[in-house]
Design a protein around this ligand. Structure first.
Ligand SMILES: [Mg+2]
Length: 329
């Protein structure tokens, strides 16, 4: 959420970009590893296992042009989006409150004031109104096809993850929800009091926790992420990961990626200012930036594929090294 609410430099007018501020809820975990890692097996594996590539996305401003609450929630309760984020930021500043918790509270306080009841199902339904950047719907298949075409190492797979400060329920209603291996986003309790109450809030720095969960294979939020895990046992090395974001709220995630050998790409709205991306690029936060055009053949597609090519080569090198080392035992 709130790119604005997250309180970075110069974002005075900010609108909470939902996604930049995190809170998380686990999507229904797919098949594999909720808890990840087969720890002890690392030394005895019969095959090289680190062949999963993870593409991790912020939502607001990255996959969708505007904060997700602006498409249906705010119009439904008759609240102007710019005014809402402005008030969120003001209240958070005055109260020294977390901007994300503040926005989640204000959202339902205003709905209550307006006499509009919005439950979990309503939020999911709102997801259908969320706009996605060009090509997002086709992106997942296109990337999958590219990897299949280029992977010379057997068994390389691609997973997509979302880490968003926005609302899990709205994300569930978008047509791309099923494309993600896991979605970590903010979420409400709906039975807590007379108003829904934040169950999970993901701040911009909090987002980094989920990068480590993906890295360590500990995606069950009921499990702690803080236990030590040697690099060799982590199923998805940072070098196999790319983080996609659009602004200041993504800086902690981008920094974690880059400092751990991973990759980051920033996007800007097509045809609009790329100043933020330039700042991130000059500061060494990202490998590349491009307009948020996800269609095959776009700069974003080509630059993503370039990083994937490097990851595929790295996986082959690591696999060869692993085989040699294994033969020495
Ligand atoms: Mg964003």
């Amino acid at each position: 959420m709130t790119e604005g609410a997250a309180g970075g430099r110069g974002r005075s007018t900010v609108r909470p970009a939902n996604d930049d501020v995190p809170m998380v809820r686990a999507k229904k975990p797919e098949k594999s590893s909720k808890s990840g890692v087969k720890s002890k097996a690392a030394g005895n594996r019969a095959t090289f296992e680190k062949r999963t590539i993870a593409l991790v996305y912020d939502f607001d401003g990255t996959l969708s042009p505007r904060p997700m609450q602006e498409y249906a929630f705010l119009p439904q309760i008759g609240v102007d989006a710019a005014e809402f984020w402005k008030e969120t930021n003001r209240v958070a500043r005055e109260q020294e409150a977390d901007p994300l918790i503040t926005y989640m509270h204000l959202l339902y306080k205003k709905a209550k004031d307006a006499g509009v009841r919005i439950d979990r199902d309503d939020l999911v339904a709102q997801g259908r109104s969320v706009e996605l950047f060009a090509g997002v719907l086709e992106w997942f298949d296109a990337i999958g096809e590219y990897v299949s075409l280029r992977a010379e190492s057997q068994g390389v797979t691609v997973r997509h993850y979302m880490i968003s400060s926005g609302l899990t329920e709205i994300i569930e209603g978008t047509p791309i929800y099923g494309r993600f291996h896991n979605v970590f986003a903010s979420e409400y309790w709906f039975e807590a009091y007379d108003m829904p109450y934040p169950k999970r809030v993901i701040t911009d720095t909090g987002k980094t926790q989920y990068l480590f969960r993906i890295n360590k294979g500990v995606e069950d939020l009921g499990q702690t992420i803080n236990q030590h895990m040697p690099e060799a046992e982590r199923p998805i090395p940072f070098s196999n990961m790319i983080y996609f974001g659009d602004g200041d709220t993504d800086v902690p995630s981008m920094a974690v990626m880059r400092k751990n050998g991973g990759h980051a790409i920033a996007v800007h709205p097509p045809g609009k200012s790329k100043d933020k991306c330039l700042d991130l690029f000059k500061a060494g936060r990202i490998d590349f930036f491009a307009a948020a055009d996800y269609r095959r053949g776009s700069d974003l597609f080509k630059r993503t594929c370039l990083l994937i090519d490097r990851m595929l080569a790295d996986i082959r090198v690591q696999e060869e090294t692993w085989k040699i080392a294994r033969g020495l035992k």
